[in-house]
Write a protein that binds this ligand. Structure first.
Ligand SMILES: [Zn+2]
Length: 508
């Protein structure tokens, strides 16, 4: 139910905060008065009219704010976020409750509490996230997961133009900085009055954890250095990752490589990503198993996965950390020019994407070998999605894709609806690009699909054709990022590398 009047709205907000956001009765009058001021209302009476549906409440806040001229239309989200921030307990209260649950119940329960709070206070906009498309792509040996992200809002040009005039603001330094906690937001920085986070130490340093508002998978967390320092992967990274899974054994955690093309979009603030999801790579079978001197209590394997991934399992945390450091040290300088692998030119090119999770008392460490060099033939990256796949994904293939979960851009939904019409013979490609000029990125794909399947497919069949096309493309993109290709030549180069790191294949 949409509420159109201020008094009733404040009634509903108080009742919602009481039921869903831990509003203490001591704070009710105080919060009511804050809301009265925010809505420019001087009189108040408790009424029975209330609404507890979150989406309706947000719509009501925005409609009342517009009607009463409290805010300009383009700032509506800033306004509703500020209100939801007021309804949410202070950061200190949230942290106390979180650690109380963590120490006296379980880390799972603590995380469940924080996650639910972030959904209930509209920081994680679940109804928008549910619009995302998600499916599983099955292949003979492995599977991938694919989502088309429709919930991340497209930037509008007006906002970008406004931003261009205002480059002087340096607070918070970036979107991950701790100083976002409670920040009202601006054109290039989202409002964060309703974010809540938890502080802890990793490897003796101050870090914190918050949920991702975009939620690419269950309980998607971002684990962030409290200082604005550059991404880096070194010995201490592995200590931090192990410290994290010791605190939160039901979450995996991984770091993007610290270089562009193979890393994430934010390289200037050290952070990890983690969560509850079972990533496809975790289910991958092994291709080779090894013994290594000094690592007798470890199971070491090279996975039968699309990119180049080593896995080590051990209950011994020190062994996990020293194995990772040893491989990193060798990999950072490892070269094999025959397969285009050059560790560094003027800059570093070799990198590692590490992931750690815990299963019972065992640490599982994954090391994905990466390289970001470009050349004339592959200006976007030798071990990056090659040009024919750019219509599906051109952006860096970071941690989450490397583990087998593809986040594809929202534009694909609309573009593929147009491609569907072409494959059903309702419109020709030439006519379609007149109304839909951005279809041109799919020109080769459309030609290929038309020659293979013709132009008189049923709707059902077209859906299958396009899904298969996306599935195969994602798999091929991951294969592009593999340093050692899954061929006999790739295999012989892999074996050279394995012996360089002292890994002896069992039965090989
Ligand atoms: Zn920052």
């Amino acid at each position: 139910m949409i509420i159109k009047e201020r008094n009733a709205l404040i009634n509903s907000l108080i009742s919602y905060a009481r039921e869903k956001l831990y509003l203490a009765s001591t704070d009710e009058v105080y919060l009511t008065n804050l809301l009265l001021s925010k809505f420019h209302l001087q009189n108040y009476n408790v009424s029975e009219e209330k609404e507890n549906n979150l989406d309706d409440l947000i719509t009501s806040i925005e409609l009342v704010a517009l009607k009463e001229n409290l805010v300009k239309e383009e700032d509506l989200e800033l306004f509703s976020t500020a209100i939801m921030g007021m309804l949410t307990p202070l950061p200190s209260v949230v942290q106390t409750k979180f650690f109380d649950l963590l120490h006296h119940v379980s880390s799972e329960e603590a995380c469940r509490f924080l996650y639910a709070l972030q959904v209930n206070n509209h920081y994680i906009k679940l109804s928008r996230i549910k619009l995302n498309l998600f499916w599983k792509a099955n292949f003979p040996n492995n599977y991938l997961e694919i989502t088309i992200n429709l919930s991340k809002p497209e930037k509008d040009n007006k906002a970008t133009a406004k931003l261009a005039n205002d480059v002087s603001i340096k607070y918070p330094k970036c979107i991950l900085c701790y100083e976002n906690l409670g920040y009202a937001g601006r054109v290039d920085s989202p409002p964060r009055q309703n974010i809540r986070l938890v502080d802890f130490k990793l490897a003796g340093e101050d870090w914190f954890m918050q949920y991702s508002p975009y939620q690419y998978y269950e309980e998607h967390v971002v684990v962030i250095h409290k200082k604005h320092v550059n991404m880096k992967i070194d010995h201490s990274t592995f200590i931090k990752l192990c410290d994290f899974v010791d605190l939160f054994p039901h979450y995996f955690v991984g770091s993007n490589a610290s270089l562009p093309i193979v890393g994430g979009s934010i390289l200037n603030h050290e952070h990890f990503q983690g969560g509850k999801h079972m990533m496809p790579v975790f289910a991958s079978a092994t291709k080779y198993e090894f013994v290594k001197k000094g690592y007798e209590d470890c199971q070491i394997a090279y996975l039968n996965w699309y990119n180049s991934c080593l896995r080590i399992i051990s209950p011994n945390r020190d062994k996990i950390i020293s194995f990772a450091s040893e491989i990193l040290h060798i990999w950072n300088n490892y070269q094999d020019e025959q397969i285009g692998l050059i560790a560094h030119t003027q800059q570093q090119h070799n990198a590692i994407t590490p992931i750690v999770r815990k299963v019972d008392q065992y640490y599982h460490l994954y090391l994905i070998l990466r390289n970001n060099r470009t050349n004339e033939e592959y200006p976007d990256g030798i071990f990056h999605a090659h040009q024919p796949f750019h219509n599906i994904k051109k952006e860096s293939i970071g941690l989450i894709e490397a583990m087998g979960l593809f986040i594809l851009p929202g534009r694909l939904k609309k573009q593929f609806a147009a491609v569907q019409e072409i494959l059903m013979g309702r419109v020709t490609y030439l006519d379609a690009i007149i109304t839909n000029p951005d279809l041109i990125v799919h020109k080769n794909m459309i030609a290929e699909l038309l020659s293979e399947y013709g132009a008189s497919n049923s709707e059902q069949r077209v859906e299958l054709i396009l899904e298969k096309y996306i599935n195969d493309t994602c798999k091929q993109i991951l294969e592009c990022t593999a340093i050692f290709k899954n061929t006999s030549i790739g295999d012989s180069h892999l074996r050279t590398f394995l012996s360089a790191v002292g890994l002896e294949i069992i039965g090989g």
